[in-house]
Design a protein around this ligand. Structure first.
Ligand SMILES: [Cu+2]
Length: 153
């Protein structure tokens, strides 16, 4: 009678171990902030950091109920002329962090709700290729305000 019980317990323990191996810790989105436009109707820009976790992450989109359209952009230096180009996906390798920061990659927010003023949290839904969604309340600041998070590089 005792042996089947032991076997059942062992099976339970093994399946618990298996579960943790199948689900490596996911990446994270941190330090999310939005600089609102100086003039109403202009786009805002969002900045953040994404870590890849143990398995790596692929960011495919950002949505918000308060913004009509959000695009991912990179900044390209073409013979000293800076211009923006859309990027479709952002691949974050395991253990690495990719920063979206002023002068580099950023998310462009077109048609932002007029109710969002500096200091109003703005919900952003980060969508990943593996089907995971993460909602973050971004910190919003005015056009001339200082960035709210220290840059760590
Ligand atoms: Cu842009």
């Amino acid at each position: 009678m005792r042996l089947p019980m032991f076997a059942a317990l062992l099976a339970l323990l093994l399946s618990a171990c298996g579960a943790s191996e199948d689900a490596p810790s996911p990446g994270r989105v941190e330090n999310v902030w939005v600089r609102l436009p100086a003039v109403d109707g202009r786009p805002a820009a969002a900045y953040f950091e994404i870590s890849g976790g143990e398995s790596g992450e692929v960011l495919i989109a950002i949505d918000s109920s308060r913004v009509e359209n959000i695009e991912l952009h990179e900044t390209i230096d073409e013979d000293g002329v800076m211009r923006m180009a859309p990027i479709m996906t952002v691949e974050v390798p395991p253990g690495e962090t990719i920063a979206f920061e002023p002068g580099g990659r950023h998310a462009m927010l077109f048609g932002i709700s007029a109710e969002i003023t500096p200091g109003t949290p703005l919900p952003l839904d980060f969508r990943f290729e593996n089907g995971r969604d993460t909602r973050i309340e971004a910190v919003t600041i005015g056009a001339g305000d200082e960035a709210p998070f220290e840059e760590e590089n």
